[in-house]
Design a protein around this ligand. Structure first.
Ligand SMILES: [Zn+2]
Length: 175
């Protein structure tokens, strides 16, 4: 009897069995994380672990992750609240100039880094997710880039307001 060359057995697709990510509260203040990462993420983690050896000598995964998240959050906050806030109400090329950092910081400080949109029920949105700066009077309608004419809105409310204001202006000129 002739022996057939054995077929290479494909490895069990672990990813299909284990959920990709899982968060499990263990006790008040402790949460178990389980996730699957690619090689690049693993290499980045190992690199950071080595770089942080003086701060986290044990290489404890939770401590290294905490450090990475702290740095990332700080960096994203800076980008969002200082130099990277987009102005979605701006339409023409002439109005896409950056808002000076000093103005951005004042507006965010005044508005408490949360969406200032007030709904029909009188409740403020207050979202801190995807914040943008909005010209109360759009630049296209002669609005200035000043602390007084800027406000913090979440992305959804910025789009909503931008369409409403420009829509009203369009309706006014059409009549
Ligand atoms: Zn909002």
């Amino acid at each position: 009897m002739e022996l057939l060359p054995t077929e290479p057995v494909s490895p069990t697709p672990i990813v299909a069995i284990v959920p990709r990510s899982r968060t499990l509260p263990l006790s008040p203040g402790r949460i178990a994380w389980q996730t699957t990462v690619d090689r690049e993420t693993h290499a980045l983690f190992e690199e950071l672990k080595a770089l942080l050896a003086h701060v986290v000598p044990t290489g404890d995964m939770a401590s290294v992750l905490k450090r990475a998240l702290q740095v990332a959050v700080e960096q994203e906050k800076k980008r969002k609240f200082a130099s990277g806030v987009k102005c979605r109400s701006q339409r023409s090329e002439a109005t896409t100039r950056a808002i000076p950092d000093a103005i951005k910081q004042q507006v965010f400080a005044r508005d408490g880094a949360a969406c200032t949109f007030v709904g029909a029920d009188g409740k403020r949105c207050g979202s801190t997710w995807r914040l943008e700066l909005d010209h109360v009077l759009p630049v296209a309608l002669g609005g200035e880039t000043s602390v007084e004419n800027l406000r913090v809105l979440c992305r959804a409310h910025n789009q909503f307001e931008s369409e409403r204001v420009l829509g009203e202006a369009h309706a006014a000129t059409a009549t």
